[in-house]
Design a protein around this ligand. Structure first.
Ligand code: SF4
Length: 243
């Protein structure tokens, strides 16, 4: 059976193997965190809005339809009132900026999947793919995070690897985070072919480590405060008997 790899899976394993086991092997449900609802809602509105623009719906009408549709979905019903106000403000700012640009969007929520040495399959979803004026392809990932200092390049590297397989040379691909809470500032990466080869190797090594893991040892850190499985982990570990 192939092992599935991806930005969020690999990061979870690096952060804590036990958490990886709970989420991806035991498939325990995740908690509803308020910050998840905000992020999911903003992503969903932008996805529907841009898809509507691609079929030539008038932008304000498209925004209204996208907002209404996303409000009926899971994240839209769970978002807290203060976060909803924040989401509206972030969305309006970003929509205005998008309309004032000459961006040509090719697709949104683009799923990808590629294999590595038959044993591993790398999967993910790219928020948006644009074509730039110089014919380069730009991969966009929206980040509604407050703390951009915690961003790492691996997620975009995986996306760039997927785009390279579809669009050719690495030099044709730019990958950018858009920081929605920081005036839509972009953090962009131009990956070289050799950087992507190194990333492919790193993914393979992570895949082998995950495949061969048997202990799933808890790795406590400040992230335990935001862990979906905090109670389960502490009930199952020897936390209460080793102090
Ligand atoms: S509570 Fe902490 S140690 Fe336990 S699974 Fe979650 S992140 Fe890992």
């Amino acid at each position: 059976m192939q092992i599935v790899l991806g930005a969020s899976r690999n990061t979870t394993f690096e952060q804590c193997p036990r958490k990886y086991k709970y989420r991806y092997i035991d498939k325990l449900p995740q908690k509803d965190w308020p910050f998840h609802a905000l992020g999911s809602f903003v992503h969903r509105v932008l996805e529907i809005w841009i898809q509507s623009l691609l079929v030539k719906i008038e932008p304000k009408m498209a925004a209204s339809l996208a907002y209404a549709a996303a409000r009926k979905e899971d994240a839209g019903t769970k978002i807290e009132p203060a976060d909803l106000q924040l989401a509206k403000s972030l969305l309006k700012d970003y929509m205005k900026e998008y309309l004032a640009s000459d961006i040509e969007t090719l697709s949104t929520e683009k799923r990808f999947s590629f294999t590595l040495e038959d044993d591993f399959v790398v999967r993910g979803i790219i928020d948006r793919v644009d074509r730039l004026a110089d014919d380069k392809i730009e991969i966009i990932d929206y980040k509604p995070t407050k703390s951009p200092d915690r961003l790492n390049a691996q997620q975009l590297m995986i996306y760039a690897l997927a785009a390279k397989k579809e669009f050719g040379e690495a030099e044709n691909v730019v990958a950018s985070y858009v920081l929605l809470r920081h005036n839509n500032r972009k953090v962009s990466y131009d990956f070289t072919d050799s950087a992507l080869k190194e990333e492919e190797q790193r993914l393979l090594e992570q895949g082998v480590t995950i495949r061969d893991e048997t202990e799933w040892t808890p790795k406590p850190s400040f992230l335990c405060n935001y862990c979906d499985y905090f109670m389960q982990c502490h009930e199952e570990s020897d936390f209460w008997t080793t102090w």
